[in-house]
Design a protein around this ligand. Structure first.
Ligand code: PHE
Length: 344
């Protein structure tokens, strides 16, 4: 029996020595020390021995078991440590790698242009106001010197909500709202959405305007020209020039249409300015004294200038955009170009 125990022990120690991984060591333990393991079977055989032999063999068996266990434990600790190190280096994170950039949204080009324009006028002492998009006929037309059934109504293709309300066709009703509720001096710009039944490459039924209004003593056409020159030079470039052409609006007298030197060709003539070197950017004029009076401002004491510009138009000129519809489709390939970053 002793020799048998010695054989099993040697076999077990050899198996431990040959095992490399935690898993293999586990298998060795089951094979020799498990429930029906080779050494365990020998222990079960003790009962068949004589009373004299039993304690002696029991001792030898226990010693063998301890020896195998010790060898197993030592190898196991080393294997566990080795496997832990391997796992750690496999899962290691390189904290010096640059991070992944999240995709960032950007302001819509119309929003950017609106903010640019408003910033220029804030710098000249104007304040900012907003008004309703569903507007009464009174403010949209009548107080702006366009009575009911007046032919000037045909200048704008109006969406009527009912007999007395319209979707505002311009931001000019805010002129009347400011003048009827404030006392001069007034200096205000009013950005907002406007509506006209009109639809082609440069017109959309919904578009955006910014209205400007200044009312004070001694305001002249010279103030209007100076203000708009300063605006154009900050908005486009510092050598931009403007020119005023006579025009007609019921609420300004005299009225002008304002052109700027083409931002694309610098005035030499190109496709955007149709070869003229000038592009029209807005309508303006001296507030019609009849409008001042209707709004409760004494036209002998005060005068004013007003202007209205289309945001889409300014953005199209500034960025050379050929079709107004591009602003509303929100195709990210289009929008991405206005995020201030250069495509990589
Ligand atoms: N409201 C005019 C338009 O939409 C523009 C304008 C505003 C003209 C203010 C003169 C003064 O066409």
């Amino acid at each position: 029996m002793k020799a048998q125990i010695e054989n099993v022990k040697q076999a077990a120690l050899a198996a431990v020595a040959a095992a490399g991984t935690v898993q293999e060591l586990g298998e060795v333990r089951v094979r020799f020390l498990g429930k029906s393991g080779e050494l365990t079977s020998l222990m079960k055989g003790l009962g068949a021995l004589s009373k004299e032999e039993r304690p002696e063999m029991g001792k030898v068996l226990n010693l063998a078991r301890t020896e195998i266990e010790t060898a197993l434990e030592q190898k196991l600790a080393a294997a566990e440590e080795r496997e832990k190190q391997a796992r750690l280096s496999a899962e290691a994170v390189d904290v010096t790698l640059p991070g992944r950039k999240p995709v960032r949204g950007t302001l819509h080009p119309i929003t950017q242009v609106r903010e640019d324009i408003v910033r220029v006028f804030l710098g000249m002492g104007f304040e900012v106001a907003e008004g309703p998009e569903i507007e009464s006929d009174l403010y949209n037309f009548q107080l702006l010197n366009v009575p009911k059934d007046h032919p000037a109504r045909d200048m704008q293709d109006t969406f009527y909500v009912n007999d007395s309300f319209v979707l505002r066709t311009h931001t000019s009703p805010m002129q009347a709202r400011m003048m009827t509720t404030r006392k001069p001096p007034i200096r205000v710009v009013i950005p907002g959405r406007v509506y006209r039944s009109d639809d082609d490459a440069s017109h959309s039924p919904i578009f955006h305007q910014i209205e400007g209004l200044a009312v004070d003593k001694y305001i002249t056409m010279g103030d209007l020209e100076g203000c708009l020159t300063a605006f154009a030079q900050q908005m486009f470039s510092k050598d931009t020039e403007i020119r005023l052409r006579p025009s007609y609006f019921p609420f300004t007298e005299p009225s002008v249409e304002v052109d700027v030197t083409c931002a694309i060709c610098g005035g030499k003539g190109c496709r955007v300015c149709k070869g003229t070197g000038w592009v029209e950017i807005l309508g303006a004029g001296i507030v019609n004294p009849a409008v001042l009076e209707m709004c409760g401002i004494d036209s002998k004491e005060y005068s004013g200038f007003a202007f209205g510009l289309g945001l889409e138009r300014i953005a199209m000129i500034k960025y050379g955009i050929p079709n107004i519809k591009l602003f509303y489709e929100n195709d990210v390939r289009f929008l991405k170009q206005f995020n201030g970053e250069v495509e990589k």
